[in-house]
Design a protein around this ligand. Sequence first.
Ligand code: 4VN
Length: 336
Amino acid sequence: AEPLSFLGGVEIMTFAKISQVAHYAPSQVISNQDLSERMDTSDEWIASRTGIRKRHISQSESTSDLATEVARRLLEKSGLQADQLDFIFVATISPDSMMPSTAARVQAKIGASKAFVFDLTAACSGFVFALATAEKYIRSGQYKRGIVIGSETLSKVIDWEDRTTAVLFGDGAGGVLLEASEQQTFLAESLFSDGSRGEVLQSSSVGLSSPYSDKEEDKKYLSMDGRAVFDFAIRDVAKSIKHMLADAPVAVDEIDYFLLHQANDRILDKMAKKIGVDREKLPANMMEYGNTSAASIPILLSECVDQGLIKLDGSQTILLSGFGGGLTWGSLLVTI
Ligand code: 4VN
């Protein structure tokens, strides 16, 4: 059925559920050892401070190529046709272009002719913000089904001469199929931003460049005040998760897994302590992928399903929490 265009005709509120997951990363793997041959760093330094051991780096595939592969896998796994999708949202800070959006490129490549599509920019919180947005569209009753993807080729925004940031990031994509459901599966949501602290994580600024402007120098590469971001994660993000869980309809020990943004394994240790949960409940895969910003949570979710930790049978409760540039941070508690 076509989505209703007369909003007054929408009466029945439906719920949304995550019904399928998928991920994809470029095949080229660059180890810490490989990096140590190009810059003054070592496997010991990177692994002990971050947990990261390798990252996938694209040779030819763009952010939309990675996202398209995720979309194809979601359709394949669910047995759906592309024209059955009502929307495609892509969270990214490394789009192919501002226009057309990465989501529009995915739409064209898979032939999702009935979908409306857009990109959403919220750095490492992008997937959580996009999923929260998609959930509202479905809950309105106007749309039945769509896909939400986090996709990044951070290798193109990194300064490969800067050993403090180049070792931290990687490329990849992950996503979910979201569909209307009679059961409520989104149990709690809390989203935040603090633009006044935005300068601690920056990338790809686009300065004025018209003949009538005082030309500004573009800041091309990603830069990070590591200490400030580290403190933000441990203070503000941990506090927001605790607050959300205090009000949540399920007890903390009833939550099966906490899927947190994969920036740094040491931060996950500290956050587990602050939230008051066993570190075993915080799966990690930054060892294999590095920090993939908006893609990190959906890649982790998809790998947890592949490994059988998460079953997609509606029997488990998980928390998704993204945090990073903007600053932005946010969490969702969902039955899956
Ligand atoms: C969230 C976090 C980070 C992040 C911050 C600091 C950091 C990652 C600084 C100290 C350094 C090791 C690396 Cl917590 C990044 C993002 C962006 O996605 C979000 N690593 N480190 C050291 O010397 O130990």
